[in-house]
Design a protein around this ligand. Structure first.
Ligand code: ATP
Length: 445
């Protein structure tokens, strides 16, 4: 049975949202009423409100010509808050105190000129706006304009689906119009604990059989892969198992498989990621991206040529591409070396590992079955093999060493000495430099 929110919506917003958001939402409804616009809460926020899940991503749809921008202007005039309007796109963003925001969009309808292409957008009413959405459970709206405040619009049967915890698209062409919805559906299954209906699973298989994922642009595919591989813990392995079984991985690249070995490493990797983040090791590596570690694991068994092809298909930045196509052959050699050597010096661990992306090192840590290698890899990841010598270039100059490439060499050796505990003080370091680089000294002290 539909919940009666007509009386309780205001109270629920007050109870569940930070004050700036709880105040702004009904105020937008009042401002809309004044302008003759119909205003609705839409999307994931409505779904999560009904599921009693916390969500602060507020999306508001405004029906009426240039509705979103006009409503945002009116609201900012009354409330004196920062507003960004994008008239070309019919959208606006309100920036509220406490770093909160609300996104407004004028209701629109979308048509797809070809499978997987970007849609053509035209003004439309609220029903058309809800019809362009991905799943019925995301196609619910709550009225905010005063005359119907709290009334639920559910033209496509989203509420019964929400109660039965099932995912369903709004029309049979939906997955082929926009195959990113396949990825979204599988993520929602894990995140919400919902299930796709059997006929929707068939629709997905049909879309995959038409090879529609191949038509997605590299950027859009990369975004979906990034979101999917960001799922935490067991949700990720469950997602990848499902993507494999349904043929989604093969739809991305026929050589991608979530086979038992990849599954084993991925499971271990989730524990490693947890360790890495909990212990603060991640702070040693600015730019570390957990999803990339998962991608490295997922693509570990792709032959080199296929991996290159895959990386080019995603067309990421040069930096991302370098991480995807990391030096796997060398990585394997280093791992094997660490597996054999029980007592290896910190400085050697550093020099063996520092040229790899940290995501790849975490992957090696998850992959190895040997405790010695695991310890060495964790030592590096935890920052235990980093050291900064007390001596700097300025000191070398003072010693009388002519500036040149030798500086880098000396400082690297001093770093190794400190890492291995062979020097502790600056005095000892300078002593070492005098002893070992005597011929470079112009004037001995
Ligand atoms: P969450 O933020 O928890 O992932 P959400 O449903 O809010 O879930 P968003 O990506 O923020 O997800 O999208 C907001 C809304 O926009 C969705 O609820 C859905 O109605 C719509 N939407 C997003 N992506 C698509 C898509 N590919 N096709 C159709 N509708 C979409």
């Amino acid at each position: 049975m539909k919940p009666d929110l007509e009386k309780s919506l205001g109270r629920r917003l007050e109870r569940e949202l930070p004050p700036p958001l709880a105040r702004a939402i009904p105020a937008l409804g009042r401002a809309g009423e004044k302008l003759g616009l119909r205003v609705f809460l839409v999307g994931g926020f409505v779904r999560d409100l009904l599921l009693r899940r916390k969500n602060l991503d507020i999306d508001i749809a405004v029906e009426g010509r240039e509705g979103a921008v006009r409503l945002a202007r009116e609201f900012s005039r009354r409330e004196k808050i920062l507003v960004q309007g994008y008239p070309r796109f019919g959208t606006a963003t309100l920036h509220l105190p406490g770093n909160h925001r609300i996104d407004l969009a004028t209701t629109r309808k979308e048509t797809y000129p070809a499978p997987a292409a970007l849609p053509r957008v035209r003004p439309g009413n609220i029903h058309e706006d809800l019809y362009r959405r991905d799943f019925t459970v995301n196609s619910l709206a709550l009225c905010l304009h005063l005359s119907e405040f709290g009334k639920m619009l559910d033209p496509y049967g989203g509420f019964p689906d929400l109660e039965r915890r099932r995912l369903r698209v709004l029309h049979p062409r939906s997955f082929s119009d926009d195959p990113t919805r396949i990825f979204r559906a599988l993520r929602f299954e894990q995140r919400l604990g919902f299930r796709l209906t059997p006929d929707n699973l068939l629709l997905i298989r049909k879309t995959l059989a038409e090879n529609t994922i191949a038509r997605l642009s590299g950027t859009r595919l990369l975004a979906e892969i990034r979101f999917s591989l960001s799922l935490p813990g067991t949700a990720l392995t469950a997602l990848l198992t499902r993507m494999d079984k349904l043929g989604v991985l093969a739809g991305i690249d026929p050589a991608l498989k979530f086979d038992p070995e990849t599954a084993r490493v991925t499971r271990h990797l989730q524990k490693s990621l947890h360790w890495f983040m909990e212990t603060g090791g991640i702070g040693n590596f600015p730019g570390f991206e957990p999803w990339m570690a998962n991608l490295i694991a997922l693509t570990a068994n792709l032959p080199d040529k296929k991996l290159e092809h895959f990386a080019l298909r995603l067309a990421p930045s040069a930096k991302l591409r370098k991480k995807i196509i990391w030096d796997r052959a060398r990585g394997k050699m280093v791992r094997e070396r660490l597996e054999i050597d029980a007592r290896i010096e910190k400085s050697l661990i550093f020099s063996l590992l520092h040229q790899f992306p940290p995501e790849a090192i975490l992957f090696l840590e998850a992959q190895t079955g040997k405790e010695t290698a695991r310890q060495a890899l964790r030592l590096f990841l935890g920052g235990g093999t980093f050291a900064k010598p007390e001596t700097g270039g300025h000191d070398l100059k003072q010693l009388g060493i002519t500036p040149g490439p030798v500086y880098q060499e000396i400082l690297a050796r001093l770093r190794d000495l400190k890492m291995n505990g062979e020097t502790r003080t600056k005095k000892q370091e300078l002593e070492w430099v005098r002893n070992h680089y005597g011929p470079h000294l112009r004037n001995r002290h």
